[in-house]
Design a protein around this ligand. Structure first.
Ligand SMILES: NC(=O)c1ccc[n+]([C@@H]2O[C@H](COP(=O)([O-])OP(=O)(O)OC[C@H]3O[C@@H](n4cnc5c(N)ncnc54)[C@H](O)[C@@H]3O)[C@@H](O)[C@H]2O)c1
Length: 279
C-alpha cells in the first residue's frame, strides 16, 4: 500500500529566481503537494537590489502556484512572517486544512542581504535582532509547529537552508554568519530530537548561488545600480567547478533529502558550493 504524500511547506518562495521557488518546483515534480510561503507576494526587496533584478510579469507566490498547477502539480500559497509565532501556526494550519497532512518542511526564508550587513562596530543592534528572528527563530518556530504532525505520521523531513557562512564566518556579515551557524546547530539538534520518530533533519549550505540576493550583494559592493552578466563574471569568487551555483543546484539536494533513499542521512550539513570550501 502506498501512502499519499503529505505536503511540503517551503518558506521564502516569492522570488522567481530564488532558491525557495526552485525547491517548490522540484518537490512538486517529485509528487509532493507544495505550500509556498512568503511575507510579501514577490519577496522582500533588498535596499541594494539592482534596478534590473525585478520581473514586472512575476506576481510572486501566486505566479508560482499557477505555474506548478499548469505543470500538473498541487500547490497553494500562504502569506506570513516566519518570525511571528501566530503567523507560523496559521501557515501550518493552512497546510493541514488544504492538503490534509504535512511531511516536509523546508526553512528557506532568509533576511534581506543588506540587513545587519557591515563592519561589526557599525552593525545596528535592531537589525542584528531582525536577522536572528527571521533566520533562526523562524526555522525554530516552524520546526516546533510541524514536529507533532511529523511524529504522528512517523515520517518526515526537515531541511534548513543555512549557508557556508555559518561554517566559515563571513566578512562584514556577523549577524548573517552567526544566524546560519545557529541554523546548522538547530538542524543537528532536531536530528537528535526527531530521529527516533522517523523524521530526519539536515542543513543545506549553499555557496555562491546566482539569485536576486547575490546580485544585491554585488550591487552593494560595487555601487552599481544595474548588475549585468559581465559584472557577475568579473566579481564572482573563484569556484572550482568554474561557474556560479543555480537555485536548481540547491533544490536537487533538497529533493534527494526528501526521498526514502535519504532516510539514513540525519543531522548533516550538505555543502553545495562547487568546491569553494576545498580551496
Ligand atoms: N543566494 C545565495 O548565494 C545564498 C547562499 C547561501 C545561503 N543562501 C540562503 O538561501 C536562502 C534563499 O536565498 P535566496 O538567495 O534564494 O533568496 P533571498 O534571500 O533573496 O530571499 C529570501 C526570501 O525570504 C523571504 N523572507 C524574508 N523575510 C521573511 C519573513 N520574515 N517571513 C517569510 N519570508 C521572508 C523574502 O521575501 C524572500 O522571498 C536564504 O536563507 C539564504 O540565506 C543563499
Amino acid at each position: 500500500m502506498t501512502i499519499d504524500k503529505g505536503a511540503a511547506i517551503i518558506t521564502g518562495c516569492g522570488k522567481r529566481n530564488g532558491i525557495g521557488a526552485a525547491v517548490a518546483r522540484v518537490l512538486s515534480r517529485d509528487g509532493f503537494p507544495v505550500v509556498v510561503v512568503d511575507i510579501e507576494p514577490a519577496g522582500v526587496r533588498d535596499i541594494h537590489e539592482p534596478a534590473n533584478a525585478a520581473d514586472p510579469d512575476w506576481r510572486g507566490v501566486e505566479s508560482l502556484v499557477e505555474e506548478i498547477r499548469q505543470a500538473g502539480g498541487t500547490a497553494s500559497f500562504v502569506f506570513g512572517d516566519v518570525s511571528d509565532r501566530v503567523a507560523v501556526d496559521a501557515i501550518v494550519a493552512h497546510a493541514v486544512t488544504t492538503h490534509g497532512a504535512v511531511e516536509i518542511l523546508v526553512n528557506n526564508a532568509g533576511a534581506p542581504f543588506s540587513l545587519g550587513h557591515g563592519d561589526i562596530a557599525a552593525v545596528d543592534v535592531d537589525e542584528w535582532d531582525q536577522v536572528m528572528a527571521i533566520n533562526v527563530r523562524g526555522p525554530f518556530l516552524l520546526a516546533r509547529a510541524v514536529a507533532p504532525l511529523l511524529r504522528e505520521r512517523g515520517r518526515g523531513r526537515i531541511v534548513n537552508i543555512a549557508s557556508v557562512a555559518g561554517r566559515t564566518g563571513s566578512k562584514n556579515n556577523a549577524a548573517y554568519a552567526a544566524s546560519k551557524a545557529g541554523v546548522i546547530a538547530l538542524s543537528q539538534t532536531l536530528a537528535l530530537d526527531l530521529g527516533p520518530d522517523g523524521v530526519t533533519s539536515n542543513a543545506v549550505l549553499p555557496g555562491f548561488i546566482l539569485t536576486t540576493r547575490s546580485l544585491s550583494g554585488m550591487s552593494k559592493k560595487t555601487g552599481a545600480s544595474v548588475v549585468d552578466d559581465a559584472m557577475v563574471a568579473k566579481s564572482m569568487p573563484s569556484i572550482p567547478v568554474g561557474r556560479a551555483g543555480t537555485p536548481e543546484d540547491v533544490a536537487a539536494v533538497v529533493s534527494f533529502l526528501a526521498t526514502d533513499a535519504a532516510a539514513y542521512v540525519n543531522g548533516q550539513s550538505l555543502v553545495v558550493d562547487g568546491g569553494v570550501l576545498r580551496l
